[in-house]
Design a protein around this ligand. Structure first.
Ligand SMILES: C[S@@+](CC[C@H](N)C(=O)[O-])C[C@H]1O[C@@H](n2cnc3c(N)ncnc32)[C@H](O)[C@@H]1O
Length: 261
C-alpha cells in the first residue's frame, strides 16, 4: 500500500477544486504580497500543481517578466498549461525540486506552496532553490502545520483516528516547526514567518475544509479505514454544519528569506 498521496488525475482535479475556495484565493493573494513581486522579474513556482498561483503571478510580472512552473505530475502540468494557455510569459516544465532543470542564478524569486511537507529531503530541495536564485533573490515556502488543526467533531476519538491516518499522506505533517533552521542551513538570510489562519464556522462543500474532507475520505480509505467509518466521520461534520455547530481552523505559515549577495 502506497502511503504518500499520489498526484494522479483525480488528486490534481481536487487540488484545482480546493484552489477555487475563498481561503485558497486569499492565501494566493498573501503569497504574492509577501513575495513583493516586481514587473519584469523571473519567478519559479516549485510544485505548481494546477497553476492558479502561476496564472495570478503572470499579470504581476507583466510581459517583460517570466513565470516558470515546475511539477513532477503530468496531470498537474496538463491542467496548468490549459489554465495559462495564451499567457506568453508563462512556461511549464516537468521536473522535481531535487534536481531543478535550470541554470544557477536564473530567478529573482522562487516560491513553493504546500509542496515541501511532501518531501523526504527538505534540505536538498532548499539547496536547489538557493542554487537557481540570483544573489539577493527571494524565497517563499508555504506549508501547513497539521498538528495545529482544530476540527470540531461529536466523536473526538474517531476524529483523532481519521486525522492520524491522514497525517501519513505527508512526509512531515509538522514541517513549519523546523523550516526556519532548514532555511538557515541552506544559506538563506533575513528569514521571517507569517501565519495564515483559515477559520470556518459554516459547512460549505466548496470551502477549504469542505474540499479537504474529500481528500481525507479518499486517502484514509486507501490506507485501510473502512468506507463506513470514513463516511460516518464526514456525515458527522456535515450534520454539525446543518445545525450551525461547525468549527474548523488550520494554521498555515509563509516563510520568506533571501539569498545573500
Ligand atoms: C498539494 S499540491 C500543491 C500544488 C500547488 N502548489 C498549489 O498550491 O495549488 C502539491 C504539488 O507538489 C507536487 N510535488 C510533489 N513532490 C514534488 C517534488 N519532489 N518536486 C516538485 N513538486 C512536487 C505535486 O505533484 C503537486 O502538484
Amino acid at each position: 500500500m502506497e502511503d504518500n498521496l499520489e498526484f494522479d488525475d483525480e488528486t490534481s482535479r481536487l487540488v484545482e477544486e480546493f484552489n477555487s475556495s475563498q481561503g485558497a484565493i486569499e492565501r494566493r493573494r498573501k503569497i504574492i504580497a509577501a513575495l513583493a513581486l516586481q514587473a519584469g522579474e523571473a519567478i519559479l513556482d516549485v510544485g505548481s500543481g494546477p497553476g492558479n498561483q502561476i496564472f495570478e503571478m503572470s499579470s504581476v510580472v507583466g510581459p517583460a517578466g517570466r513565470v516558470q512552473g515546475l511539477d513532477p505530475a503530468e496531470s498537474a502540468i496538463a491542467i496548468a498549461s490549459r489554465r495559462c494557455s495564451g499567457l506568453s510569459n508563462v512556461h511549464f516544465e516537468l521536473g522535481d525540486v531535487a534536481q531543478l532543470p535550470f541554470e544557477d542564478g536564473t530567478f529573482d524569486a522562487v516560491m513553493s506552496s504546500q509542496v515541501f511537507e511532501y518531501l523526504e529531503n527538505v534540505g536538498g530541495g532548499l539547496q536547489e532553490i538557493y542554487r537557481v536564485l540570483r544573489p539577493g533573490g527571494r524565497v517563499l515556502i508555504h506549508d501547513t502545520d497539521w498538528g495545529a488543526l482544530l476540527w470540531r467533531s461529536s466523536d473526538a476519538q474517531r476524529m483523532a483516528r481519521v486525522m492520524g491516518v491522514f497525517d501519513g499522506h505527508l512526509a512531515d505533517p509538522y514541517l513549519p516547526q523546523i523550516l526556519a533552521p532548514k532555511l538557515r542551513d541552506a544559506g538563506f538570510s533575513d528569514i521571517k514567518v507569517e501565519p495564515i489562519v483559515q477559520v470556518e464556522t459554516k459547512f460549505d462543500p466548496g470551502s477549504v475544509s469542505g474540499v479537504l474532507m474529500k481528500f481525507v475520505v479518499g486517502y484514509v480509505e486507501s490506507q485501510g479505514v473502512s468506507a463506513s467509518e470514513a463516511s460516518a466521520w464526514k456525515e458527522d461534520l456535515e450534520n454539525l454544519g446543518a445545525t450551525r455547530d461547525y468549527f474548523f481552523s488550520s494554521n498555515e505559515y509563509m516563510f520568506t528569506g533571501r539569498k545573500p549577495g
